[in-house]
Design a protein around this ligand. Sequence first.
Ligand code: MGD
Ligand code: MGD
Ligand code: SF4
Ligand code: MO
Length: 692
Amino acid sequence: MTSFIHELNGVFHAVCPLDCPDQCGLLLHKEDGKIVKVEGDPQHPVTKGHICNKVRNMSERIYDGNRLKYPLKRIGSKGEGKFTRISWEEALSTITSCWKELIEIDGPESILPYSFYGNMGRLSAEGMDRRFWNLLGASRLDRTICSSAGSVGYQYTMGGSLGIDPEDTIHSKLFIFWGINAASTNMHQIALAQKARKQNGAKWIVIDVHKNQTGRMADWFIPILPGTDSALVLGLMHILFAENMVDQEFLQKYTVGYEELRKHVIQYTPAKVSEFTGVPVSDIYKLARMYGQTSPSFIRIGNGPQHHDNGGMFVRTVACLPALTGQWLVKGGGAIKGNSAYLAPNTESLQRSSLLKNRHTRVINMNLLGEALLTLDPPVKSLYVYGSNPALVTPSSNKVRKGLEREDLFVVVHDLFLTETAKYADIVLPATSSFENTDLYTSYWHHYIQIQQPVIAPYGESKSNVDVFRLFAKEMGFGDEAAFAETEAEMIAGALNNPRNPYLEDINYSFLVEQRYVKAKVKQLFPGTLPTPSGKIELYSEKMKQDGYPPLPTYIPLVNHGDHYFQFVPGPNHNFLNSTFSNIQKHVELEKELRLHMNRVDALAAGIEDGDMVRVWNSHGECEIKVAVGDNVLPGVVVTQGIWADEAAWSHEGLNSKNFLINSLTPDRIADMGGGATFFSGRVNVEKILTS
Ligand SMILES: Nc1nc2c(c(=O)[nH]1)N[C@H]1C(S)=C(S)[C@@H](COP(=O)(O)OP(=O)(O)OC[C@H]3O[C@@H](n4cnc5c(=O)[nH]c(N)nc54)[C@H](O)[C@@H]3O)O[C@H]1N2
Ligand SMILES: Nc1nc2c(c(=O)[nH]1)N[C@H]1C(S)=C(S)[C@@H](COP(=O)(O)OP(=O)(O)OC[C@H]3O[C@@H](n4cnc5c(=O)[nH]c(N)nc54)[C@H](O)[C@@H]3O)O[C@H]1N2
Ligand code: SF4
Ligand SMILES: [Mo]
């Protein structure tokens, strides 16, 4: 890419870098070297020119006056937010001399990287950084905050993150959105469902604990008690077997354990399931018959029900459902939990895991950051944060902040903004936005790959993740052992060359640059062989038994922790992306305000009225939130949406509370599988704040 593109005006192609399944193709309109408009690229085969409101307003974020322009050094106390400008030279030498000393005295495991997918670019999020950490021998981070419980659960049943091609869902006649707020979090799946509704009269069912944007669009909304979904699936299986709505031929040919499953689900009677889930017996029958008799039927498995103590088992269980009715053989039938396996790059080439000298290097679960910083022995002495904002997004965030306050912890944060986490840093480094870099993007929902090339110049003195790790490697004297000098194009070429992924065959760097949107060579899953131990769908899993789980789908109730009355489900919102945008005035205005949704029965009993401020608390923390009273949650459940920046919440008109730290209330228990987070399995008490 020539450097003069930075000054050029016109319309340029781009990729949405956010952690969103849709991974839209974008067009950036530039005037005077600046992006003045962001719109969808009509040529993208799936996203077709439509993008969300958040990203249509992306330039507000790129050019926000608070964006970091140069490196900073802390001059106030930790968390206070007082910094002074320093040069890159000073920043790099301060950081690397601290690390060299730590390695000498405490060993490299005293250093912990903390990152997630603030930018989904493969090179930024899991490329040059991994080479550096592997060679350094730092403590390893288990990146479990998002979907790991469900991914492990799905893998037990299906062998990997393999679902159907979302483009095929235009043929579906029944959509079940199971614990996914797709209207906000996967808008193009909604667009495809809308097409199917129009063309085939497809029906939409939404199963959720909150009648939110998506629930309101459904033909049938089924409210369910949090963490009880496995029981509902087992009840459906009970009826499908009992009423002979199963596809015997498919079961025989492509599954193992259906006879065991048939006997096992007899115990899950609709009456019992209704008690667990709060779904009426007649609705369980109605749902089972609709599912059993409609083809093609498609289940979009969301992230919500797997952010629970029993989340892995839920996904394992629901993933069995399409096999019972043989839906995997029908175009538009089946399920999607995630599709990342189809676009899996060559991670060895990208990350050089062979550089890990000691395979016993300790692994730290990112959901337990607070605990790790406060109690690990030997302690973490330096934390390097990039592409993530743990002071807001990580469970039990009061604990995280207490850990970040440690005077003997050397913290570095690389971000576009002085985030809540950055306020605890000793050194802050400015990051480029994705539109300033070259990177490779692979969706985890549709099957297209894209490349981003720089469209604008780096903002101020900001640098990309790739460049920063190159500089660290140089300062640490690493030479080129891990190919730190490789260009972005070389890294992408290496990543695409994955002999173990047949779906990527013949897709290379220049082809991608030329074609822009390249689809992996994906075929229907069946007829075919899965990467499970048996090669079939494992309704009974010997592997699960070996790993200490029940081998058949099972309902295990949530951990009932403490005597707090309400189940508390704090999900994401429409106009932010996790904490991203929660510091941007425009997006805060679009989102308006944070509300605690409560059923009117509960409100009446507690003397709470719509619009009252309430104190929401448990043993981890407390918040003050304005209540929305209504019927969109079941009694005994309260729901919030969005991860709000500390300051956005204070400064926004009409909001008079400082306690908006939602994750101060969430448990740091670990889910049943994959070390997953349990954001939605917490409990709280709620009481009205009396104003005199
Ligand atoms: N606008 C927007 N889009 C996003 C994000 C964002 O913050 N904002 N975040 C992105 C990321 S990182 C992710 S992982 C995805 C997440 O997107 P989704 O897959 O939609 O997951 P969540 O929004 O976490 O939860 C989905 C739904 O699950 C419901 N839920 C919670 N517990 C239960 C339960 O026990 N049973 C059932 N049936 N439902 C339950 C919640 O009420 C919510 O409506 O979205 C991505 N896209
Ligand atoms: N209560 C509650 N908490 C949740 C969730 C929930 O549903 N409820 N969802 C959870 C889920 S699913 C997820 S995935 C996590 C997400 O949590 P995070 O991964 O922390 O996501 P963000 O809050 O978007 O923060 C990303 C940060 O990366 C920065 N960034 C963006 N691009 C770059 C770059 O190129 N380089 C660098 N160095 N920085 C960059 C952004 O400015 C931003 O500060 O949150 C989790 N937390
Ligand atoms: S956040 Fe999702 S829907 Fe919005 S532009 Fe990005 S990929 Fe598309
Ligand atoms: Mo996520």
